[in-house]
Structures are given as C-alpha cells and as structure tokens.
Design a binder for this molecule. Sequence first.
Ligand code: ADP
Length: 308
Amino acid sequence: MAGRMLSIGECMVELMQAEGDLLRKGYAGDSFNTAYYARLFLPADWSVDYLTAVGTDTVSDDMLAFIAGTGVGTGQIRRVEGRTPGLYMIHLKNGERSFSYWRSVSAAKALADDPAHLRFAVEASDVIVFSGITLAILAPDAVESLLSELRRAKVAGKSVVFDPNIRPRLWDDKARMLETIRAGARAATLVMPSFDDEATHFGDIDIAQTIARYRALGVDDIVVKDGPNGITLDFKDTQQTFVPAALVENVVDTTSAGDSFNGAFLAHSVVHGNPADAAAFAAKIAAGVIGHHGALVAREKLLPPGQG
Ligand code: ADP
C-alpha cells in the first residue's frame, strides 16, 4: 500500500578531517538520517520527504541537491532569506571523535514559523517523524506550533513517530528539556527511545520504567533501543516482545545507529506490519551501519543485492 512519510528536523553541514588541515564536507542530522534510511528500504510507491528550513545561499543549494540525490523529497523545505544551515566539525584525535557546533542561528530554527506550510505538509503525510533534537532547536512558541499540528495528526489517525534523542547541551534548562520531551511523546503514537538516554535524564532504573512512563503519557506503541543489549517492543495490540541486537564483530563508528534503526524499522513495519520482524530487520541494518564509517552508509554495504 502506497504512502507518504515526512521527517521533520535539522540537517547540518558536516566537516570532517580528511588529511592534515584538509576537510571533507558531508550532510547529516538525526531526522535526516532517519529519512535517508527509510528511503533506502521503502518501496518506490512510498514517498519520503524532509521538512526543514534552509537559507538561499550556495551551501543551502548544495544541501538540497544532496538531499534530493538520496531520493528524499525536498518539496517541503522552506527557504529563509539571510539564514544559513547549521554546521559541525568532527575532530579526530588518537582515534577519539569530538564535535564542535555552529548552529545557534541556523535556518532550521525557522522550520515551524509558517503555520499554513506546516499544516499542509503534515496533512499530506501518513507517517510523520520528529525527535527531541527537532524540539531542542526550536523556540518555545515554535515547539508549540509544531506539537499542536502533530497532536492534530495523531487525532486524525496518522502515525506520529518520536525519538526523544535527549541532548542536554542543546537545552539551557533541564526542567524545560524534560517537560518538552514529555510533550513530544504526548503528541506521538510511537516513541522510540534509547534506554541509556532515558536512564540518564529521567532516572529510569529499567526498561519497564521507561515503557510505563511513556505509556502514562498516552503513547500506544513503544520501541526501547538498548545498544547491544537488544530491543524491547511494547505495542498496544500485542504482547511485549524482546528482539536481540545483531552481532557486530568490529564496531567502527556508532554514529547514526539509532537513526538507521528508526528508518529501517519504519520502512519495514509500514509495509509488513509485524513490529518484531521490523525490529529484527532494523537491528541487522543498524549493525551494518556501525560496521562502517559515517552516518549515511550505502545500501549495497548493508544488504546484498536483491535482498530486503
Ligand atoms: P543510539 O545510537 O540512538 O544511542 P542505541 O545505542 O540504542 O541507539 O542503538 C540503536 C540500535 O543499534 C540498537 O537497538 C541495536 O540494534 C544497534 N546497536 C547499537 N550498538 C550496537 C552494538 N554494539 N552491537 C550491535 N548492535 C548495536
């Protein structure tokens, strides 16, 4: 059955050390990574669109061309005169990665500033994906504009998918961070947290507590990712299920493990319907992503031709 997926958030320019002072440019961001992996594994009769805001400069043009080149639709991306995309740099020192960000005035902060555009894009979609990072970059009134549109989508029976992706450095106030993450979950039908983050910031002592907390906020379906320890699925209509992680012999780069899991999970589940099978597929894809460098790994490195 054909459908439309929309992912909402910020894609940034990524600069990575290539050789000495030479830098290589890429593009990444959690919500875009998820859209990328959903596109890789969805059939052609599904569209995947990205909703963000960019500027009207050359870097923004290049980013749109890159996104379009992955097959993700750019028709819902707002262009804001005078703004530029956020940027981050990956530093490599003795095999350890660290990050510097320039995103405090990025164009993506304006993604929810046109209510008519937001409504049109959400109404045109069947599955809408957003994250705690999407909420973290927005001013409080923009968070409210976005969430009220998503609550409307939930009432209309659409799938609204939320990955809390809790990043304290993006928030200036911990209480507002936790309250906004809760508000995000209330607007969602499916929440896909990583247990590590939930334990650190909400103080959950086990996965059962994470599930109970989101269920109490009115979330029907919950997928808790727990790195190599596997995935727990708690869906309204089925019994709680545990799915083991796939074995990774050589962890190369864990960037985007959770995002690739989300994209692959959604692509599989909207077509086949069975959450446990979707989680097993997504675990296999995330394991492949971890075994390669970079956030966006090519399909042929993850699945042999003709499979999937
Ligand atoms: P995030 O990257 O968002 O913190 P997790 O660390 O929970 O998310 O990882 C997401 C998924 O990636 C897990 O559910 C699991 O399937 C897979 N994964 C992560 N780390 C490993 C690992 N070391 N070995 C195997 N699978 C892993």
